[in-house]
Design a protein around this ligand. Structure first.
Ligand SMILES: C[S@@+](CC[C@H](N)C(=O)[O-])C[C@H]1O[C@@H](n2cnc3c(N)ncnc32)[C@H](O)[C@@H]1O
Length: 391
């Protein structure tokens, strides 16, 4: 058997053994660890086959797994591959063809809802077809350059001969495989942060003018490893920062990241915010609460395309309910006239506009601005942010 068939067979076995209960990346890691025969080139090829397969979502259910693997590779690739050259040379010859033409050539039905089965749940303004078909491409890796570090970062990227683009003032787009930690001082000079996540910073820029003489108390209540907190420090500068998360392990990562970022003065605590329990911290009540809430992550499935096949629709409601609990338990800690920045990386209306409408009606917050930050045309995630004010 040629090694290309053996790649196809390995991908078939790995996909068949996947239940969807853990991220596919973890499953893949375990499978490779248990099969030492795979060298790094084999692992790369099998990984690409599997991910391209998942990028098709529930499309092409009527063809064999082997053909779907090849179709996934064909539709998701823009450059020639040895595997297609050997197994489907007629497709490899036209690999640079436009997607519409490739679909015509396949003569099979691949449409928006076969790739992304929840198009009727989308937030307003999202182009269902543009969003669904964007899953066929792997998103880029983005850096946010920290204040005053632009010359250093661009110089280091050029010196290391890394290919990159600068889509925004302080944003760098890189190919996903770039080993950026070997090139720049991560967290000190720039942070890895998706482009749309960086654009949430525009909401913080709007708030800057509202800070007068006093130092604001800011709480990043679902902080994870601190992406939004570092951005808040960079934009709002002189703030009393408090961070919390339900996971102790992620706050350990935050601590290390903050050290590298030079952020020393902050308070942190572990708390499950879905539980209604009294909460007072040194800095409460707050002038600003940043709630980057747990969500379906449906705006980021270009990075985890297995979700297109495995995400249960019932989870949308579960996330929406959890988000409401977290918001109502944290809003209590907001000063009157304080600001609430609600963020998701979801494209679902129930987690986005519907929850904001609920905050207006039930919690009497005033909506200042809300936006679906669309990333699908620029190889980035899609996010949602809303800025509200307590009366
Ligand atoms: C979307 S992530 C935050 C990402 C982060 N703000 C950033 O920019 O890197 C959501 C975080 O909420 C935390 N979380 C989930 N359920 C929670 C709960 N019940 N109470 C508090 N935090 C929770 C998760 O552990 C996760 O780290």
């Amino acid at each position: 058997m040629s090694r290309y068939y053996s790649y196809i067979n390995s991908a078939k076995e790995i996909i068949a053994a996947y239940s969807g209960l853990e991220p596919f990346a973890s499953h893949l890691k375990k499978q490779f660890a248990a099969n030492k025969k795979f060298g790094s080139k084999d692992r790369k090829q099998i990984t690409q086959l599997c991910y391209c397969y998942f990028r098709l979502g529930r499309s092409l259910q009527d063809i064999s797994l082997e053909n779907k693997l090849l179709a996934g590779l064909f539709l998701s690739s823009r450059s020639s591959s040895d595997l297609l050259l050997h197994l489907k040379p007629e497709w490899n010859d036209v690999i640079e063809m436009r997607l519409e033409k490739k679909l015509e050539l396949l003569n099979s039905t691949v449409n928006a809802s076969s790739i992304f089965p929840f198009t009727n749940e989308l937030s307003d303004g999202i182009d269902a077809a543009g969003f669904a078909f964007s899953h066929l491409q792997q998103p880029d890796l983005f850096l946010r350059i920290r204040p005053g570090r632009k010359d250093t970062v661009l110089h280091q990227l050029k010196a290391a001969d890394v290919s990159f683009q600068v889509p925004g003032d302080n944003t760098v787009a890189l190919l996903n495989a770039t080993k950026i930690e070997e090139v720049i001082m991560l967290n000190k000079d720039a942070v890895v942060q998706d482009y749309s996540s960086q654009r949430v910073g525009e909401f913080l820029e709007d708030l800057k003018s509202k800070i007068e003489n006093q130092k604001w108390n800011v709480w990043d209540c679902c902080a994870a490893s601190g992406g939004k907190s570092i951005m808040a420090k960079d934009i709002l500068v002189d703030i009393n920062l408090t961070v919390s998360d339900v996971r102790e392990s992620i706050l350990i990562n935050l601590k290390k990241r903050f050290q590298e970022a030079g952020i020393k003065d902050y308070k942190s605590f572990i708390r499950d915010l879905s539980l209604h329990s009294p909460l007072t911290t040194n800095h409460s009540p707050f002038d600003l609460i940043i709630a980057d809430v747990p969500c379906s992550g449906s705006g980021t499935w270009g990075r985890t395309p297995e979700q297109l096949s495995f995400f249960p629709s019932s989870s949308i409601e579960t996330y929406s309910a959890l988000q409401k609990k977290i918001v109502s338990n944290t809003v209590a800690q907001l000063k009157s006239n304080g600001y609430y920045l609600y963020i998701t990386c979801s494209v679902f209306k129930k987690e986005n506009e519907d929850n904001v409408a609920w905050m207006q009606e039930e919690l009497r917050l005033q909506l200042l601005k809300q936006e679906v930050i669309k990333g699908y045309a620029v190889k980035a995630d899609t996010m949602f942010a809303a800025l509200l004010k307590k009366g």
